[in-house]
Write a new protein. Structure first.
Length: 489
């Protein structure tokens, strides 16, 4: 017999595929934000395993975390390794069921499989190929899900119907997971009042340990760097030296200490740079230089300078407006590239706009930072200022006016650019509920042509105008009505 866990996984993966009622409008990331009731951070919402990853117990934040995992790894037209393995596993099990069914001469009305669960038997006059096709359609969906891997390339461009069907499937999976983990029954078919045993409650990390805030979870060495405690850093290094009997042991242990990382992959240099502790940063970089490869001309390897997402000390100094750190890193002795890229192509200048620090922005541009550089999502500085975390409205307006000067008053060049999702700076400001940027852009757009206004403030790739995104992210109706009336956005 199939286990309870197996049946639950089957109901999540199969029933979601059979959802056929068409949505009233296109579904996208904003729709998923509205559909989920959780905060997206596991310690605040709880953790759950992916129902599509067989046998793996890795936990994802309930709501947005699991949504992003499924989107990235199980999208039918761009599947990850886990999704390809799942498809192959189900195909093999189905082939086994077909073999057993015809070997039993159709005597069984229901065939039970450990993974597939209870499977309907062969229909009268049904051939093995027809039976196999019916099971494939039942467990892997119809032809748009690329069941056999041969009818289409593994990666392809979906049409609108396929995109909508996948969005509906994803939403249904997330809803069922939330119902299963909470034990609530909201009248949705398949919901259960029994709490999922694989669910980790709020207040714990993904490994089941009591959750700590990011700052409290820092290892002692990184905590000292974060606080700018140079004396404590030196003391820890001396303790390593005292425990080392041979020079080679000393270098190995010192390297291990310097490579200490927090739970997000940041090291002591990142924290020193981000918090503006120049003396600590110099000390850590000098230590790294002292144990670098003697045959290499580089003082620090790219891996030492970069976090796991590719961000460097320059990215964090820029994000936090640490101008002295920026100047130090860009000095001739450090040979830092002012446009060094993170894993997704984000530059330090992008981070300076995101942080909302005008002096840091000017410092980077004075050092030849490229203002038209885009990341892999094709987001430029206009998008990053729209997403800015700067809460001082006067500073934001100063930056916006400075940006206009950078392009000789032709602001559409940076604020009207549309990235891969169909978003301009206007859409991003709405997404962030950044009313200061939106008001400034609404006034500035008066200098654009009607065509430019429509292009920058029109529907994105999923059919959402900025006013719609504003409402979907929790913005008030009054401002949404104002921006529609003023700009048609």
């Amino acid at each position: 017999m199939a286990t309870t866990s197996t049946k639950r996984k089957r109901s999540l993966s199969v029933e979601a595929q059979t959802t056929t009622s068409p949505p009233s409008k296109k579904l996208d990331v904003y729709s998923r934000t509205l559909a989920t009731s959780t905060k997206g951070r596991g310690s605040l919402s709880g953790w759950t395993a992916c129902p599509l990853c067989n046998g793996k117990q890795k936990k994802y934040a309930l709501g947005r975390g699991i949504s992003m995992h499924i989107q990235q790894c199980h999208t039918p037209w761009k599947p990850g390794k886990a999704e390809l393995a799942r498809r192959e596993r189900l195909r093999r099990r189905i082939e086994g069921v077909v073999y057993r069914a015809f070997k039993e001469c159709n005597k069984l009305s229901i065939i039970t499989d450990d993974i597939l669960g209870d499977v309907t038997a062969v229909k009268e006059s049904e051939t093995p190929n027809q039976y196999k096709e019916r099971l494939l359609r039942n467990f892997l969906g119809d032809t748009i899900w690329d069941r056999d891997g041969k009818s289409r390339p593994i990666s392809y461009t979906p049409d609108e119907e396929e995109t909508q069907k996948w969005s509906m499937k994803l939403l249904e999976i997330v809803r069922k997971l939330e119902q299963s983990c909470s034990g609530k029954d909201d009248g949705v078919k398949g919901s259960s009042k029994e709490v999922d045993k694989s669910f980790l409650m709020i207040g714990f990390d993904r490994n089941g340990k009591e959750s700590k805030s990011y700052k409290k979870s820092l290892p002692p060495f990184i905590k000292a760097a974060s606080d700018g405690n140079l004396e404590l850093l030196k003391q820890m290094v001396e303790e390593v030296s005292a425990k080392s009997s041979f020079p080679c042991h000393h270098e190995t242990r010192l390297k291990k200490l310097l490579e200490t990382k927090d739970r997000n992959g940041s090291n002591g240099e990142h924290w020193s740079a981000g918090n503006g502790h120049l003396m600590c940063l110099q000390y850590l970089m000098d230590l790294s230089t002292s144990i670098s490869d003697k045959n290499s001309e580089a003082t620090l390897t790219d891996n030492r300078r970069k976090r796991r997402d590719g961000k460097t000390t320059l990215h964090y100094a820029s994000r936090n407006g640490q101008t002295k750190i920026i100047q130090f890193l860009l000095s001739a002795s450090n040979k830092y590239d002012v446009d060094v890229l993170s894993g997704d192509g984000t530059t330090p200048l992008h981070m300076a706009f995101y942080g909302g620090h005008l002096e840091a922005i000017k410092c980077l541009i004075d050092n030849k930072a490229k203002i038209y550089k885009k990341n892999e999502w094709e987001c430029g500085i206009g998008h990053w200022i729209a997403l800015s975390i700067q809460t001082d409205n006067e500073r934001l307006v100063d930056i916006l006016n400075y940006m206009k000067e950078l392009v000789d008053g032709k602001s559409y060049r940076i604020f009207g650019l549309v990235q891969k999702q169909g978003h301009s700076a206007i859409h991003k400001a709405a997404q962030k509920l950044n009313i200061t940027v939106l008001k400034w852009l609404a006034e500035e757009a008066a200098s654009w042509t009607p065509e430019q206004q429509n292009a920058a403030g029109g529907e994105d790739a999923c059919g959402n105008k900025p006013s719609t995104i504003w409402l979907q992210m929790g913005g008030d109706k009054t401002f949404s009505a104002w921006i529609i009336d003023k700009c048609g956005w």
